[in-house]
Design a protein around this ligand. Structure first.
Ligand code: LMR
Length: 393
């Protein structure tokens, strides 16, 4: 019988952690699993700029009628502006609003599959836990390029470039625009230049995923490498998320962007994304996207928002250096100094799966099996406990 053969799905490696942590009765429990920002009270606040934009929307919105398949087109334009800035490729870039950046990843994967059914998507080793499942579900092959050096905890750029020499015209190379998830180890600007040359010479399609703009070195600095590439390669695809930098996690505001050789071709590809969206979810939710659009087009709200993101960024940077120095002081070694060099919300600590399980079971510290901790989710008062627990392994 249909349905009767189905067994329970394996638990999601990230989302299941929050649920498990909620049930844990240990008063010292620490949730370092899912990538959400928390303030010193342990709360993921609604940003002030969002509250103001919501008040404006409540006053001014006159209809809840459908938007089109591309979602909120004003949001698409504003997000392209935010991510591409002064990049010349803006003239040939088109966007489609999607339910979160995961929705964008899937829509772009579907379109790549239609264009090149045998294409292989190269992912960094390690990569975001949902990248491979999304690509596989769209019917694409996945291959990994060396990325995270487990000894230095930085990017192994030479090995990465060596491996990517094999990528050709039937390949897609997925790069994290900034704040690499899960490792925290980012590409240098030099590495972006090398990849750009390789894409031009070898003809692979760069696929950039930007989910944490503003959490690394700053809103503009974080996209410097991406914009360098965008201006030089013939075509690229891009995903963007408003979950973290607008704190709009549950509103699912994301975008898929395509920049082909000409704007005419980009527009043709856009119709393919809309076709894929129609047969999947039809159109994305509008609320979060409209808030982003209001903020990005109102100078006062925009400057409030930029300040708020900068405050979050600096807080995460501070937590990084405090955790690194607690570990240095307590261990008398520089083994964990890399935590202060990493960018964005996460760091991979180089722990085994067993270590992650021990931390969860014995200390009620919840982290992803890859050894990723969400620095942005910790409170200063928890740092000593986290450091001591890590050193007890
Ligand atoms: C994460 O990596 O924790 C976030 O991007 C949340 C998600 O969708 O997995």
């Amino acid at each position: 019988m249909i349905l009767e053969n189905l067994k329970e799905a394996p638990k999601d490696p990230i989302l299941s952690l929050s649920a498990a942590c909620r049930l844990d009765e240990n008063p010292n429990k620490v949730d370092l699993g899912i990538g959400v920002y928390r303030d010193e009270r342990g709360i993921t606040p609604v940003m002030e700029a969002i509250k103001l934009a919501e008040a404006k929307l409540l006053q001014e919105q006159s209809t809840k009628a459908y938007v089109g398949l591309a979602g909120n087109e004003a949001f698409n334009t504003s997000m392209i502006e935010l991510m591409l800035g002064d990049s010349r490729s803006k003239e040939r870039a088109v966007g489609v609003q999607t339910p979160g950046a995961s929705g964008a990843l899937r829509m772009l994967a579907d379109v790549i599959k239609s264009s090149a059914p045998d294409a292989t998507v190269w992912l960094s080793d390690l990569s975001y836990a949902n990248h491979a499942p999304i690509m596989w579900t769209a019917g694409l092959k996945v291959r990994y390029y060396p990325y995270f050096d487990t000894t230095t905890k930085l990017v192994q750029t030479d090995a990465m470039m060596d491996s990517l020499k094999e990528a050709g015209t039937n390949d897609v190379v997925l790069l994290h625009g900034c704040c690499h998830n899960p490792t925290g180890a980012d590409l240098s600007f030099e590495a972006w230049k090398t990849i750009t040359d390789m894409a031009i010479q070898q003809g692979f399609l760069p696929f950039i995923d930007i989910a944490y703009q503003g959490f690394g070195d700053g809103m503009e600095e974080d996209v410097k490498g991406f914009r360098y590439l965008a201006d030089r390669v013939e075509s690229y695809v891009l995903t963007g998320s408003c979950s973290k930098n607008f704190g709009l996690y549950r509103e699912r505001a994301g975008i898929a962007v395509v920049a082909a050789k000409t704007i005419e071709q980009s527009n043709r590809i856009k119709t393919r994304i809309l076709e894929a969206a129609r047969s999947t979810y039809t159109m994305p939710p509008d609320h979060g996207a409209e808030l982003v659009n209001i903020i990005l087009n109102n100078p006062l709200l925009k400057s409030n928002w930029l300040n708020e993101v900068e405050t979050m960024r600096l807080r995460v940077e501070g937590l990084r250096s405090k955790l690194a120095s607690a570990l240095r002081d307590k261990s008398g070694t520089s083994h964990y100094d890399f935590i202060a060099q990493h960018k964005g919300m996460f760091s991979v600590l180089g722990l085994s799966v067993e270590d992650a399980h021990i931390l969860r079971e014995k200390q009620s510290i919840y982290l992803v099996d890859s050894g990723r901790i969400n620095i942005a989710g910790m409170q200063e008062s928890q740092i000593d406990y986290i450091a001591e627990s890590l050193l007890s392994l």
